[in-house]
Ligand binder design. Structure first.
Ligand code: DGL
Length: 281
């Protein structure tokens, strides 16, 4: 737990957190929407993937990283990771923030996705592809039910997808087997699914393969743009938080792994080269 007096109250960058590289797909879209802000990206690559870890472990790791981002000057942190949003966000918001600093905020990626899902389905049958942790938390069915009780949600856990991506094996033949299998298993749950959420921020890297195994009439929904628009809206509605976010257009990248590994792989997610620093926790 970070002591309140260790935190600096001057305005700072927006923190973007993911277990590894996936959050870069979200940061890329946030920067398009809000280019004037400063950002600190933190990937916990040394401990990724989170998707198959227990609730307690994901919560502990996520809280450590959020505290680190607060210590580095962030007042607002986005968990650009569905697994962390599903397993750690509520505890952090309700239990930890009041003790750390009740004026700081942590937001996730599941709620902004659930809020707009109704625009994408006419059959009211939606599929979710996500990590085992996100699926077992039931966060998507719960959040979608709150917004659109008429929508039926079908989920499929894809435990191999993040390891394939993190290990740079996702373009190989072997990955096709797992991608096709999980999509078939999802679609076998209902023939009426007409929209699929990529409920893991790593999955946009698999988009061309996912499309290959999904019938054309089914819409595939990534989260980057949705989260970016949600954040823009949040900052308009919360002027007090907006005033605590610095705006010089700078982005810094940190990873808990070696920066060489991160810099080699990050470009595939972010679109341009990055120069990360190692951050020991
Ligand atoms: N990008 C994370 C998510 O959105 C991946 C989780 C993992 O590390 O397994 O769920």
């Amino acid at each position: 737990m970070v002591l309140k007096n260790k935190l600096n109250n001057s305005p700072g960058p927006i923190g973007i957190f993911d277990s590894g590289y996936g959050g870069l797909t979200v940061l890329k879209e946030i920067i398009k929407e809000l280019p004037e802000y400063d950002y600190l990206y933190l990937g916990d690559n040394a401990r990724a993937p989170y998707g198959t870890r227990s609730f307690d472990t994901v919560y502990k790791y996520t809280l450590e990283c959020v505290n680190k981002l607060f210590e580095m000057g962030c007042h607002l942190v986005i968990l650009a990771c569905n697994t962390a949003s599903a397993k750690a966000l509520r505890n952090i918001q309700q239990k930890d923030l009041p003790n750390i600093d009740s004026n700081r905020r942590v937001l996730g990626v599941i709620r902004p996705t659930a809020e707009i899902i109704g625009n994408y389905t006419t059959t009211k049958k939606v599929g979710i592809l996500a990590t085992s942790g996100t699926v077992s938390s039931n966060s998507y069915p719960i959040e979608i039910e709150k917004q659109f009780p008429e929508i039926e949600v079908f989920q499929e856990a894809c435990p191999m997808w993040v390891p394939l991506i993190e290990n740079n094996e996702f373009n190989n033949e072997g990955s096709n087997y797992f991608i096709q299998k999980n999509i078939q298993q999802l679609l076998a749950q209902s023939k009426d699914i007409d929209a699929i959420v990529l409920g893991c921020t790593h999955y946009p890297l698999l988009l061309s393969k996912i499309k290959q195994y999904t019938p054309q009439h089914i819409k595939i929904i990534g989260q980057g743009e949705l989260v970016a628009k949600g954040l823009k809206d949040y900052l308009i509605r919360h002027a007090e938080m907006d005033s605590k976010c610095t705006k010089t257009g700078k982005i810094k990248f940190y990873t808990t792994e070696t920066s060489e590994n991160f810099n080699t792989n990050a470009e595939k997610f972010f679109g341009t080269k990055v120069n990360a620093e190692n951050l020991p926790l």
